[in-house]
Design a protein around this ligand. Structure first.
Ligand code: 13P
Ligand code: SF4
Length: 304
């Protein structure tokens, strides 16, 4: 099937079936372009909770579809490629978190949405890269435990007097970005400002002009007067940055910043997901109810 026929068929079926297509900012360009809504993890969770559609086709990775299933139990949530996972989310399981909590009694647990539903269920509140600092500050406790991303936790620690304990997980795509690679990009594009995702290592964040979630980078680039940007996050974000700012230039901090799981979904997979209404993502009700509390607490934290 040609690309045009695929796109037409997807749009037709989505309308017939009252399905909404959500796509993360790291998805391949053609998937972002057919989506009803694109965004960062926070924006997509909010959209999922508000939609009137009966079916959510979640073009992203498993933890995102699980979050949608947690907030919308009455909807069918489809993850087009079942094996699209997240290496960071897989770095912590519920048993490990329970053991960690036992060593830190009465310390509230803040869990990044890049985590399994079971880990969310063992947490007090969730956060995303867009609201991590606000979430931590909203907790009236002298110490918190952040999981599973050590880099996001260390970033939050810079903005609060509370003691932030952390689980030593990380996103390999962001954590592997070296200072040397960033220096090389800065030497190639000396006029460019550096935007970095808080999943990057602290020494990279030290070099950044702006530390933002993916949608935060989109707003920053739209508002800034700078004409050139080095982008220290997964390369998928270059597509919406370039599309929304045709007069500006965007360069990857490193061409190696590719998340293979985010690239597993193409138009064929989206069409098949709509046709078969599978693979459906379900979260066990006992886990869902506990995880929902953590997600709802996050949603109640005021945003800047
Ligand atoms: P955000 O879009 O929330 O910044 O997420 C980054 C990420 O790693 C998602 O997998
Ligand atoms: Fe997980 Fe990193 Fe891929 Fe995001 S970019 S899905 S955090 S492995």
């Amino acid at each position: 099937m040609s690309r045009e026929s695929l796109v037409n068929e997807i749009r037709k079926l989505a309308q017939e079936k009252n399905a909404i297509i959500l796509a993360h900012n790291y998805q391949v360009p053609e998937v972002q372009d057919i989506a009803d809504l694109t965004g960062d993890s926070l924006a997509l969770s909010i959209q999922a909770s508000k939609t009137e559609a009966g079916i959510i086709i979640f073009c992203g990775v498993r933890f995102m579809a699980e979050t949608a299933a947690i907030v919308c139990p009455d909807k069918k949530v489809i993850l087009p490629v079942e094996e699209a996972g997240c290496e960071m989310a897989d770095m912590l399981n519920a048993e490990e978190l329970t053991a960690e909590k036992a060593g830190l009694p009465d310390v509230p647990v803040v869990t990044y949405v890049n985590s399994t539903a079971e880990v969310k269920a063992e947490s007090d509140i969730c956060c995303t890269s867009a609201n991590a600092v606000q979430v931590v500050k909203s907790i009236k406790a002298p110490e918190v435990l952040m999981t599973p991303d050590k880099n996001l936790a260390m970033w939050a620690q810079r903005h609060t007097d509370q003691k932030v304990h952390y689980w030593a997980g990380y996103c390999p795509i962001h954590n592997d970005l070296t200072v040397a690679a960033v220096r090389k990009a800065m030497a190639a594009y000396p006029e460019a400002v550096l935007m970095a995702h808080p999943e990057c290592a602290p020494q990279v964040l030290d070099m950044a002009d702006a530390v933002r979630s993916t949608s935060g980078m989109l707003s920053y680039a739209a508002q800034s007067e700078a004409k050139e940007y080095i982008v220290a996050t997964e390369v998928g974000l270059l597509h919406p940055l370039r599309k929304q700012n045709p007069e500006k230039r965007f360069y990857a901090a490193s061409p190696e910043m590719v998340c293979k799981d985010m690239k597993k979904t193409g138009l064929e997979e989206v069409l098949k997901a709509l046709q078969t209404e599978s693979p459906e993502i379900n979260v066990r009700e006992s886990v869902r109810l506990k995880a929902l509390k953590a997600v709802e607490r996050m949603m109640a934290v005021p945003r800047d």
